[in-house]
Design a protein around this ligand. Structure first.
Ligand SMILES: Nc1ncnc2c1ncn2[C@@H]1O[C@H](COP(=O)(O)OP(=O)(O)OP(=O)(O)O)[C@@H](O)[C@H]1O
Length: 498
C-alpha cells in the first residue's frame, strides 16, 4: 500500500473553447516528495493546478489520491481531500479583510497564526483589507492559509516569482518542513536553479503534455530546458551567465536623476541618476522602500522632499499621466494594475497610446496595428486566447504589461520585476530587448528580486535597505553573495564610504 503514490493523474485533458490547454497529462507524485513542474509560458501548468484543486473540471482523464479515484468538485472538496494550492495571483478577495477571507475558506485563525509564526511573518493585522497589502506579502499569507489546512499535497504555482530573497528562503524552509512531515509538494517555478535544488523529481510539460520526468541530477537545468524549449534554444539560455559588457552610455544630461528624494515614511534621502542608454538595476529585500520609490517616480505618489529631474527639467507629477507625458513609463509589480482583464490583447497593447505625449505624435491605425503585431512577435506572446487578456497564461499577461510600452514609446522604462513569471526562453529575449532599447538611447530602471538577473540584464545596480540606497556597483561585480550582503544591510554603506 505504501508504494501507492499520493497523487496519480492519467490522461488529463482540458480545453477552453478552441484553445487546447492540456492534451494528456500523466503525473505521479510520491509521498514526502517535492515534485517540480516546469514548462514554457502557456504549457498548461496553472490549468493542471486548477484541476487538481477543484477550481476547474477536466474534460477527461482520471485523478487518483492514495490510489482512489477522486472527482474534485470544488476548492473546498479538494482541500478536504488534502490538496491545497497557492496561486500565482493570490486567491484573496481584495476588497475584504484578511479575517473575512479566512472565513471564506474556512481557515482557523489559530492555524493561520501558527503558520505565520513558522514563516516568521510578524505584525499581520487580520482587519487589514487584502487589497492594501503588497503582492509578496499576500503570497506568504496565502501560503500560511494553505498550510493551515494541514494539506497532504501543497501545490505552489510560481510562489517565488517576484518574491524577494528573504521571503523565498522562508518558502524553502516551509517546503523542507512539509517534506520532513511526509507531505508532498508540487513546485512550479521558472527559476530553474530553485527547481534543481529543491525537487526530487521534475516533470516537464510541453504543449499540454508531460514530455519527460527527471530525477534530481547535477545537470538538471540544461536537461529540463532542452525538454521545454528544444535542444538549440536550451544551449542559448543555459550557457554560463554572461556578464553584460559595459555599454557606452550617452554622455551629458542624464535621462533621470533623483536628488535627496523622500516620502517621509519609507523612502529616505534617495539620490541616483540613470544615463541615456543605461539599464540600471535596483534590488533589495521585501519592504525596503522599493514599492514607494517606484510610486514616486511614476507619479502615483507625491514626495515630501527632494526632487526628480527628467532630462534636465524638474518633474512635479500629480498623476501618473504627468510622468508618462515626460516619457517615464511604468510596468508595475502587480500586472493586474496595468491590464484591462476583460479586453483583448491588441487593445491592451495599444491602451497607453491614448495618454501618449504629443512629442511622439499621433500614429495612424495601420501603424498602430503594425506596432502591436511587432510587440506580440518580439515578446513571443501566446495569443491563442487573445479575446480577453485574463484568459492568457500568467507569463503571457506579464509580457502584455511590458509590450504596452513598446507600442506607445517611452524615454525611461520603470519596471518592477519585469520578468515575473516569464519562462527562461523569453526572459533572455527581454534582456536583449532592454539592451537594444538602451543602445537606441532609451533608459531602463528595473527592480529585480531575482539576483541572478542583475549581471544578465543590467549595466549597474543599486541596493536598497531601510529606504536608502546602501550600495552601488557595476553589474560585473554584482554576484549573488555581494548583493545579498548589501540587501541585508551588512555591507559598508555608501554613507560610510563617503
Ligand atoms: N479562461 C481561459 N480561456 C481561454 N484560454 C485559457 C484560459 N485560461 C488559460 N487559457 C489558455 O490555456 C493555455 C495554458 O495556460 P496556463 O495558464 O495553464 O499555462 P502555464 O503553463 O501556467 O503558463 P505560465 O507559465 O505563463 O503561467 C494558454 O494558452 C492560455 O491562454
Amino acid at each position: 500500500m505504501t508504494d501507492t503514490p499520493l497523487l496519480h493523474t492519467s490522461e488529463i485533458a482540458k480545453r477552453y473553447g478552441s484553445v487546447v490547454a492540456l492534451r494528456s497529462v500523466d503525473l505521479v507524485v510520491g509521498r514526502g516528495e517535492v515534485h517540480g513542474l516546469v514548462g514554457a509560458n502557456g504549457a498548461g501548468k496553472s490549468t493542471l493546478v486548477k484541476i487538481l484543486t477543484g477550481v476547474l473540471r477536466p474534460d477527461s482523464g482520471v485523478v487518483e489520491v492514495d490510489g482512489k479515484r477522486v472527482r474534485l468538485r470544488s476548492p473546498a472538496h479538494a482541500r478536504a481531500a488534502g490538496l491545497a494550492p497557492v496561486f500565482q495571483d493570490p486567491a484573496f478577495a481584495r476588497d475584504l479583510t484578511l479575517a473575512d477571507n479566512l472565513k471564506l475558506t474556512g481557515t482557523s485563525h489559530a492555524g493561520f497564526r501558527r503558520q505565520l509564526e513558522l514563516l516568521e511573518i510578524r505584525d499581520v493585522d487580520l482587519g487589514a483589507r487584502a487589497g492594501e497589502l503588497a503582492l509578496p506579502l499576500l503570497r506568504m499569507l496565502d501560503l500560511a492559509r494553505s498550510l493551515a489546512h494541514d494539506p497532504r499535497l501543497i501545490l505552489l504555482d510560481e510562489i517565488t516569482a517576484a518574491l524577494p530573497a528573504d521571503y523565498a528562503q522562508q518558502v524553502f524552509g516551509a517546503i523542507a518542513r512539509a517534506k520532513a512531515d511526509g507531505r508532498s509538494v508540487l513546485f512550479i517555478s521558472h527559476r530553474l536553479l530553485e527547481v534543481q535544488e529543491l525537487c526530487d523529481q521534475v516533470t516537464v510539460l510541453r504543449d499540454g503534455r508531460n514530455v519527460v520526468t527527471h530525477a534530481r541530477a547535477e545537470d538538471l537545468e540544461q536537461r529540463i530546458v532542452a525538454a521545454m524549449l528544444g535542444e538549440r534554444a536550451a544551449l542559448a539560455v543555459t550557457e554560463p551567465a554572461k556578464v553584460a559588457p559595459v555599454r557606452s552610455v550617452v554622455p551629458g544630461e542624464p535621462a533621470l536623476s533623483v536628488r535627496n528624494l523622500s516620502d517621509g515614511h519609507r523612502v529616505r534621502d534617495v539620490s541616483f541618476s540613470i544615463a541615456k542608454g543605461e539599464v540600471l538595476g535596483i534590488t533589495g529585500l521585501e519592504g525596503q522602500g522599493q514599492d514607494e520609490l517606484f510610486a514616486l517616480l511614476s507619479g502615483d505618489r507625491r514626495a515630501s522632499g527632494g526632487e526628480i529631474v527628467v532630462a534636465g527639467q524638474p518633474l512635479s507629477a500629480r498623476h501618473p499621466v504627468d510622468a508618462i507625458r515626460r516619457g517615464l513609463a511604468l510596468v508595475p509589480g502587480d500586472r493586474l494594475e496595468a491590464l484591462l482583464p476583460q479586453r483583448p490583447v491588441a487593445e491592451n497593447l495599444a491602451t497607453p497610446t491614448y495618454a501618449r505625449p504629443s512629442k511622439w505624435g499621433w500614429i495612424n491605425a495601420d501603424r498602430e496595428r503594425q506596432k502591436v503585431s511587432d510587440a506580440i512577435k518580439r515578446l513571443s506572446i501566446d495569443t491563442r486566447a487573445q479575446a480577453q487578456v485574463k484568459r492568457l497564461s500568467g507569463g503571457n499577461q506579464q509580457k502584455v504589461a511590458i509590450g504596452r510600452w513598446l507600442v506607445a514609446g517611452f524615454d525611461t522604462l520603470l519596471c518592477f520585476d519585469p520578468t515575473r513569471g516569464i519562462d527562461v526562453g523569453t526572459k533572455h529575449q527581454i534582456y536583449d530587448l532592454f539592451r537594444e532599447l538602451a543602445d537606441a538611447g532609451r533608459s531602463v530602471l528595473m527592480f529585480t528580486s531575482e539576483l541572478r538577473e542583475v549581471p544578465l540584464a543590467c549595466d549597474r545596480v543599486l541596493v536598497m535597505y531601510g529606504g536608502r540606497i546602501v550600495a552601488e556597483m557595476p553589474s560585473a561585480e554584482a554576484d549573488e553573495a555581494t548583493l545579498l550582503n548589501s540587501a541585508h544591510g551588512l555591507a559598508e554603506t555608501l554613507a560610510d564610504q563617503a
